[in-house]
Design a protein around this ligand. Structure first.
Ligand SMILES: *[C@@H]1O[C@H](CO)[C@@H](O)[C@H](O)[C@H]1NC(C)=O
Ligand SMILES: *[C@@H]1O[C@H](CO)[C@@H](O)[C@H](O)[C@H]1NC(C)=O
Length: 374
């Protein structure tokens, strides 16, 4: 999806690029271990298709998460879900050739059905859970109805208006930051889909989700490259239904502040968007997103699993998360979804294993082995 726009927008805006982890190829991959985290306060967020995917993961395993933030996204279970990019675009984005808007009430009806079928957890887990939404009125990919359609899906489940916070800005398709990227209204493709919008989306969202436990990082604070780790995602490729396609990268990222080896920390999952995974610009979206400073300044571990695209000619050339049935029809938004399964396997390792575990016994705490070299 979006490939037409991508071709049109290849201008060089000369952004200042900070590279963390450029020399990462030499360092050994981390075997992800268990971490000491507050199990009742695991949160998640995502940008663009990563925001939509975060909704799929949360609704599939609603008991595992205490809150969610979604930036510049579509809503859960939008579109026909048959793996055809063009049909998804028509139903859920504004880049389709023949747009016919999808109705969020159909997504809600699917949720009710999935719940009856037992392929998602009980939706009562979502009551009073926190939801933060960010949408840009100038997005080239989603209109406000599409992004804010998430309210119509979630509000009947959360049933508490005070648990929902929404920010709409005159912004392009981007993750808002306090100081990185081009001005908020401008196309952000050449700044890794990060835009300078006068506030940090990462901070505002996590502050809303976790409250006073989250402090704004002091301005000069930078992420510590030794705390930024690459882990092997391949050992989590098990338990996948269907033909086994999952479009997960072999490598994922995790940021573990030093103090989180000594005391209990919060765990947050962040999902990149289309064109912002490792295969495109390595760590640059993540490093400049604001999430890593937030982790460094707080007792917060940030886990950033990585998806990959199909490559040229496939149904996902630009490396979006699967929100439309690419990895198998029908079940992409439930516990049977391939990417939902892999991320759940990762989460199981971090939280300390249990009944989910089907192979690879837990290997203890992650050893410090930073990406370094920036
Ligand atoms: C996918 O769904 C769309 C819209 O319902 C339909 O037109 C199209 O034929 C479907 N494609 C496949 C491969 O089933
Ligand atoms: C980001 O990746 C894309 C394609 O993967 C490439 O065209 C672009 O030059 C990269 N941007 C930077 C600043 O390296």
């Amino acid at each position: 999806m979006y490939s037409r726009l991508v071709l049109l927008l290849c201008l060089n805006y000369g952004v200042v690029v900070e590279v963390l982890g450029q020399n990462s190829l030499g360092s050994r991959l981390l075997d992800l271990g268990q971490h000491n985290v507050f199990p009742e306060s695991v949160t998640l967020s995502g940008f663009s298709s990563g925001g939509t995917f975060a909704q799929q993961l949360q609704i599939s395993y609603s008991s595992l998460f205490s809150g969610i933030a979604s930036f510049s996204h579509a809503y859960y279970r939008c579109g026909p879900g048959n793996g055809t990019e063009a049909d998804y675009d028509n139903a859920c984005t504004i880049v389709g050739n023949n747009p016919v808007a999808y109705d969020p009430d159909r997504a809600l009806a699917d949720i009710r059905r999935y719940e009856r079928e037992g392929v998602i957890e009980r939706t009562r887990n979502l009551r009073n859970k926190k939801l933060y939404l960010y949408a840009g009125s100038r997005s080239s990919f989603f209109n406000l109805d599409q992004s804010l359609g998430a309210i119509r899906v979630y509000e009947p489940l959360i049933q508490n208006i005070d648990a929902i916070k929404i920010r709409v800005q005159d912004a392009e398709q981007l993750l808002p930051t306090a100081n990185f990227g081009r001005a908020c209204r401008l196309n952000a493709q050449n700044s890794f889909f990060l835009g300078n919008c006068g506030f940090s989306g990462a901070y505002e969202a996590l502050q809303f989700l976790l409250g006073d436990a989250i402090k704004q990082p002091p301005a000069p604070l930078r992420p510590n490259p030794r705390n930024f780790l690459r882990f092997d995602q391949t050992e989590f490729f098990y338990g996948i239904e269907g033909n086994g396609d999952h479009f997960m990268d072999t490598i994922g990222y995790i940021y573990v502040p030093r103090q989180c080896y000594q005391r209990r920390c919060f765990l947050h999952l962040y999902f990149h968007g289309c064109l912002t995974g490792r295969e495109f610009n390595g760590t640059r979206h993540l490093v400049n997103s604001g999430y890593l400073e937030l982790a460094e300044a707080n007792d917060l571990i940030v886990l950033a699993p990585q998806a990959v695209g199909t490559g040229p000619g496939g149904e996902n050339e630009i490396g979006c998360w699967d929100t439309y049935g690419l990895t198998g029809p029908n079940y992409v938004a439930t516990q049977l979804g391939a990417q939902v399964t892999v991320v759940r396997n990762i989460l199981t390792r971090i939280l300390g294993g249990d009944g989910f575990q089907r192979q690879n016994p837990s290997q203890g705490q992650s050893t410090l082995n930073g990406i370094g070299g920036y």
